[in-house]
Write a protein that binds this ligand. Sequence first.
Ligand SMILES: Nc1ncnc2c1ncn2[C@@H]1O[C@H](COP(=O)(O)OP(=O)(O)OP(=O)(O)O)[C@@H](O)[C@H]1O
Ligand SMILES: [Mg+2]
Length: 1027
Amino acid sequence: MESALTARDRVGVQDFVLLENYTSEAAFIENLRKRFKENLIYTYIGSVLVSVNPYRELEIYTKNHMERYRGVNFYEVSPHIYAVADNSYRSMRTERKDQCILISGESGAGKTEASKKILQYYAVTCPASEQVQTVKDRLLQSNPVLEAFGNAKTLRNDNSSRFGKYMDIQFDFKGAPVGGHIINYLLEKSRVVHQNHGERNFHIFYQLIEGGEEDLLRRLGLERNPQQYQYLVKGNCPKVSSINDRSDWKVVRKALTVIGFNEDEVEELLNIIASVLHLGNVQYGGEEGNASITSDTQIKYLARLLGVNGAVLTEALTHKKIIAKGEELMSPLNLEQASSARDALSKAVYGRTFTWLVNKINASLTYTVRNGRYNQLICTNTTHLKFTAFIVFCSFEQFCINYCNEKLQQLFIELTLKSEQEEYESEGITWEPVQYFNNKIICDLVEEKFKGIISILDEECLRPGDASDFTFLEKLEDTVGGHPHFVTHKLADGKTRKVMGRDEFRLLHYAGEVNYNVNGFLDKNNDLLFRNLKEVMCMSENKILTQCFDREELSDKKRPETAATQFKASLAKLMEILMSKEPSYIRCIKPNDSKQSGRFDEVLIRHQVKYLGLMENLRVRRAGFAYRRRYEVFLQRYKSLCPDTWPNWQGKLADGVAILVKHLGYKPEEYKLGRSKIFIRFPKTLFATEDALETRKHSLATKLQAGWRGYSQRSKFQKLKTAAIAIQAWWRGILARRRAQRRREAADTIRRFIKGFIYRHKERCPENEYFLDYVRYSFLMKLHRNLPKNVLDKSWPTPPAALVEASEHLRKLCMQNMVWNYCKKISPEWKHQLEQKMIASEIFKDKKDNYPQSVSKLFVSTRLNGEDINPKVLQALGSEKMKYAVPVTKYDRKGYKARPRQLLLTSSSAIIIEEAKLKQRIDYGALKGISVSSLSDGLFVLHVPSDDNKQKGDVVLQSDHVIETLTKIAICADKINTININQGSIKFTVGQGKEGIIDFTPGSELLVAKAKNGHLSKHSPSSNSIS
Ligand SMILES: Nc1ncnc2c1ncn2[C@@H]1O[C@H](COP(=O)(O)OP(=O)(O)OP(=O)(O)O)[C@@H](O)[C@H]1O
Ligand SMILES: [Mg+2]
């Protein structure tokens, strides 16, 4: 943590305990001065923080600073108010003990600022939920409101708190602020009606007049000029350069909303503030003894603003109700009485409204304790009296404040000096007592029952007869005249008399002498408000006032407690609260009286060092021990740091602690063991131990976590394992049962099968029905898988006996279906082709050898196209349409000479063509028949009638496509049945009754020749490709 900043802080010593010459006041102040010059305003005396008001904004309150101090040990960082705040907070959380931070110092020393810094620190660093955020906001916003109503500009401080404040913040177990409470005491009410020269009334009056909207001021009947109001002109100081009333007004208005004031409440509150200003302007006139109000306007406003009857108010402000012999009489007031009655009313109204305001803020901060405990952290902020080397003249209020300071000093002595030293003695620690002044004697002088100044004052107030401030003074002289700390003009020596009035008494306070002027003591102590004025206020329609002035007060015959007694009681209560907490101290010092930054007024500071008891504090600190704890507490907290004491120490506590500190490596000068406690000299030692504990906590927590995780994982695993085993067993059972079932079924099936097989030839009966069904089923399934793929595929599974008929039906159906599907796909050309093939099949199938080779060859529409035929031929044909043409070989009838010819088929005749000549035309009607051999040759004979002179006899032709050619002729001539397929030989007529014979002999090659017998001989291969 040794940053540049902390290096800078090493000016002088950061802790006075480290001061070499610690008994020297000069050295102490020199250290303060050195640091102050470097703007290092904070220095420690052990754990007490001394703060010097810098009177300038320092860059040490940023969020970064807050973070730097958060959760860090005191000694590790340079002194700061955040360190104190954080330390208290952490002690509260770790030790679960309520804490308090006491901030003291004289007016203007920076107490209020310090308390604000602490609040801001908590607001930023404490954990927060949404609800906590509201509490935080309200805690922060309570400040501007309370300051507006309770602070004023004084000669010493432009923002002087004119009331004692004690604020308590409640934290839940998570360390989040969840509530708060403010106790106020002793508001300086006299300021409402009077201010010393150069001072002001409470801020709120100026804020309202400067910042209030036109509308609002009109409603309240106010003018924007403080000089118009009697209560604001006494100090002749309406404006202060360091205060911006207008912007402060805005802040206050916003704060009121945040705290939870609704518009009506704000309105009523402002009505009261305005009415106090109007009251101040109520002027009296009239004859001596009979005061009357000279202006009506104020009464009119007052009646409206306070919600009372104007006439009744007027009467109450000018008369006093006396009850004589059970009868009520109205006695007129003289001018002086009337003015003081008016002022008393103003003070009462303002004072009670202030208390109401605090209560209202408290209500908004109330934490409803649900379950679980909460800890408190308290900030008190007390105005120290102005003790100077010169004698000051003070009033009743200052008397009370000074008494309060004596009490706080007593508390400080009790908690630090006295009790500490007593403790060392009782614990048997060798110790050289430090001398200090015990102010108990002064406290007793003020507060003792019957003999104390407050008792005497009360007695004077309550006694019948002519009691006055002077009779009070006389009574004091009679009762406490011999007290060493009390002096009056009468009792004083000559030198003192010179600086004392006859109406004064002097108290020798622990820090200086103060003269008190008794004037007004009785009145202020009585704090009486005439009964009829109280009655008027009780009738008010203003809701705030009805809460402030309770009607029961009127019927209560008992005298109310005097101001001093009330104050004493509330102080006693405060002391009690503070005694029960662990205190931290912030001692504020004011560097000069002129509110200037950088000015270090040594005389003023020396005086404050003295009355704040800082030197004694330092001496005790140096000689003493920073930290102590009972053995059991110490052992309980740190036992985990030593194996011998962890987890439990069985022996004597002192021995356990001794072993523990030895293990921790404490040096002999760092600690002492008392009878029941251990004393640790330096915070550093303890902090080191705390750090070790923090680290240890982590490792313990890690071990615990690991153990727990192991345990939970193990049990989780065990559970899973048991579950898995259960599931496995169950599943295996299912599987086994299923298997057994299947086996049973299989055995059944086999048994049935065998039985069925044995009975297969019997009528259908229970024994064979399964088998038969199975056979049928398997046949059908086999069939389903092996259906013929096309019409030519004739395969078909063999059916069992029972399905022969069904199988045949199925086969037909299947075939029909395939045929149907096939036919659907046939094109007209293909149909034509097939028809021709059909005819060819009818004629030649199984009759002519080369027919099978022709089946796979498609018939063409013609073998000769137009360009292959001589145009003259085509011309000769004329309109006759040629249907088919093929090249052929013609054998002469006589010499059987082969001649190439073309055969043309038309719709009416077959024509043989030689080049351009139509050599022979055979009308189909004249075609007697066609002969062809059964062998594989291409020879065929067209028979024509022998008596036809046009014809020259039958025509012997040979075609390479004999099957196609003959089919075409048969179709064109419609002579399908006239084709003769001959084996061996064909007879034909050569003309004029002559006959020719063609002999066919099977041979290895085709040979056509004229045989010796004059026949045409033909060798034909039985399986060659000629067709
Ligand atoms: N830490 C600080 N940093 C800067 N200025 C400061 C600081 N503390 C105090 N001051 C200045 O000193 C002025 C007086 O401080 P503050 O009001 O806290 O005094 P006080 O001790 O509360 O006085 P009183 O007893 O009159 O209420 C502040 O208005 C502010 O200008
Ligand atoms: Mg203050």
